[in-house]
Structure formats: C-alpha cells, structure tokens
Write a protein that binds this ligand. Structure first.
Ligand code: NAD
Length: 339
C-alpha cells in the first residue's frame, strides 16, 4: 500500500457517480487517495487528474491498474463496461468497489462470478449503497433481532421527481427496481423466486413510451410477498420507503427523512430532490467501509453473488413487463465462495 498505508484508488469512469466518488475519496472519507482516474473522454480525465496531487490520467483501465501507486479500483463506468474492467482487476488481483449493476445481464454476471471463483477469493464489493443507509441498516437490525417475529411482507415505494431523456421500461427495472431487489434479498436474507409487473393508470407526465407508474410483486424462497410502487415522474421529489410487516408488528422507514418543521399553522418538511442527496451519507459510508475492509485485507458487503442474483431478478422483471405474467427467477446453485 502506498504513502503511509493510504489506499491508492483508481477511479474508472468519471461521470456523475465517478466524479462524486473522486470528491468523496479526496475530501470526505479517510484512509484512501485517488491515485489514478480513467475515462474514455481523454480531456475530461486529464482535467480531473490535473486537479488532484499525484494523480495520473488514463483512457485504458488496465494501464491504470498496472500503475505502481494503484492498490484498488472503483468502477463507475456505465454497466456494459463493467465486465471488462472487473476481469482486468482480477488479472491484477486488485480489490474492487463496482457501482451497480455488477454487469447488465445474468450471463455476463455469471462470467464474472466464475472468474472470481477461479481467483479463489472474493475481491468485489458491489455498490448497493442502500445497505449503508442509516434507516435501512436500522430496519435490518430490527428484523434480524426478531422481536416482531417473522417478516411476512415488505411494502416499498420508489418515487422520482422525473426521468432523464431516453429512460425506458427496461430501465425502470434495471436502474430503479434493482435497488428494491437488493434490499429485499438483504433484509429478508433469502432469494427472490418470481416477479410480476403490473401497470396502473398512467400519469400524463410520463414521457412517450414509458409506462409510469409500475408496480412490482416479488415472491421469495421463504414464501414472503414484496410489493414495490415505482412512480418515476411523480413531480415532487425523490422518496423511497420500506414497510416490513411482521407477525407481531410493522416497521417503516423513509417517510420522515430530514427536518420536521412547524410554522404558520402548518407542519411539514423537505423531500430530497434526488438520490444523490437522499443517499449522500450512504454513499460516504459505503466507500469508507470498502476502504476500511480493503486496508484490513478483507472483503465485506454485497458481492458478486448479490450482483448476479440481482441481474437474474432484473431479467425476470423485464420479461414480466413484456408478458404481464408471473416470471420465475432462474439462479444457479450458490457457490461455496459466497455462502
Ligand atoms: P455517466 O454517464 O454520468 O458517467 C459514465 C462515465 O464513464 C463517463 O464519463 C464516460 O465517458 C465514462 N466511460 C464510458 N465508457 C467507459 C469505459 N469503457 N472506461 C472508462 N470510462 C468509461 O454515468 P453515471 O450516472 O455516473 O453511472 C455510472 C455507474 O454508476 C453506472 O453503473 C450506473 O448504473 C451507476 N449508478 C449508480 C447509482 C447508485 O445509486 N448506486 C446511481 C446512478 C448511477
């Protein structure tokens, strides 16, 4: 490890998420520094590297991984570029934090899973950052403690003010619902076995070609039902919530995030404008946890199995959108490395 035990990180992809992670590593968290930045946009990456002391600029991820100051890799390029970057990191046996998705489909996720098994040890943490959100973590501890008995159902809501241009029905599953997929598997500690997608009356604010809202229904291996409202052009802000219904009580998070105000005969508060603001602390904690574990020589948090399982559920979800039917999720048997 370079410079008095500080982890030298190569950040691959310096767009919205990558640039934010660079800022986070430089200014917010401890124990790491940005040693290299990589982007196919040569001008952008050079300008960014020039603003960071001792940071080199690259257009080829593998060249950055070969640099002596690089101890670990944070992948924040678009999903289709993840597989190549992950396999390159494995060739250099470097620890990785990979933004979700691990890869965009189950077949490529399986190839990554198999490559990591050939290495013989886990190297990858996947960026399912909700696991590091204080509210979700509290709910997880509550459910694990078992004071309310078995969890029978989850009711999730996932609302965005609006969608960016080109946002498709498949992206509703792959980019939005994927977070509820991971949260469901993690909170309930089980696999999702089937998906149904239902379309209620459409909002007139949805762009042409996008069905909004949509409603997802999962069944789990333990027989629980999980529903998620996805309303991505709700207009009023970004809002996620999760209610667990257990045998002897319910527990809900996400309704009252932030400051509660009483004024002028009314009560209320603010709704986060987007996921960057809502999950700012979770992103910080996620990257700090990755750096801390990596410096200890350990791998924690969601890994390749979780990335693969999420990709398989997403594929079932996209098929369910097309057919309107209940679609079974197909998973390989969980390999020993991930048990
Ligand atoms: P973006 O388009 O803003 O940035 C992507 C960057 O990667 C661009 O600068 C692009 O030039 C660069 N790039 C493209 N191909 C590359 C390659 N082969 N090698 C290196 N760089 C390459 O995208 P974004 O919104 O920052 O998303 C990046 C990743 O983060 C995606 O995987 C996305 O799904 C994920 N994401 C996660 C969350 C979350 O909440 N965890 C939120 C948004 C995005």
């Amino acid at each position: 490890m370079s410079r008095q035990g500080t982890l030298g990180v190569a950040v691959i992809g310096t767009g919205r998420m990558g640039a934010d992670h660079v800022r986070r590593i430089n200014d917010v968290i401890s124990g790491a520094r940005v040693a290299a930045v990589v982007d196919i946009d040569a001008e952008r990456v050079k300008a960014l590297a020039d603003s960071i002391e001792g940071c080199t600029a690259h257009t080829d991820p593998e060249a950055a991984m070969a640099a002596p100051e690089v101890d670990a890799v944070l992948i924040a390029s678009p999903g289709p570029a993840h597989e190549a970057a992950l396999l390159a990191a494995f060739r250099h046996d470097l620890p990785v934090l990979c933004e979700k998705p691990l890869t965009p489909d189950a077949a490529s996720a399986l190839r990554v899973l198999e490559a990591e098994q050939r290495l013989g040890h886990r190297r990858v943490q996947v960026g399912f950052m909700r696991r590091y959100d204080a509210d979700y973590a509290r709910l997880k501890r509550l459910l694990d403690a078992g004071a309310y008995g078995r969890t029978l159902m989850l009711h999730n809501k996932h609302r965005n003010a609006d969608t960016p241009p080109g946002f498709s029905n498949a992206m509703v599953v792959n980019d939005s619902l994927v977070h509820e997929i991971d949260v469901t598997r993690w909170l309930l500690d089980t696999e999702i076995t089937s998906v149904r997608m239902v379309r209620p009356a459409a909002t007139s604010h949805a762009p042409e070609g996008l069905d909004d809202p949509q409603f997802a229904l999962f069944e789990t291996a333990a027989g629980q039902l999980v529903d998620t409202e996805l309303f991505l052009n709700c207009g009023f802000g970004y809002q996620v919530s999760c209610e667990a219904v257990c045998e002897r009580g319910t527990a809900r998070i996400g309704d009252d995030h932030g400051v509660f105000v009483n004024s002028a005969g009314r009560w209320g508060g603010e709704i986060a404008p987007g996921f960057v603001e809502r999950f700012e602390d979770a992103y910080d904690r996620q990257v700090q946890a990755w750096v801390d574990a990596t410096r200890r020589g350990e791998v924690e948090g969601p890994g390749c199995w979780d990335g693969y399982a999420a990709a398989a559920v997403c594929e079932a979800g996209v098929r369910a959108q097309a057919t309107g039917e209940r679609v079974a999720v197909e998973l390989i048997e969980r390999p020993a490395l991930y048990r």
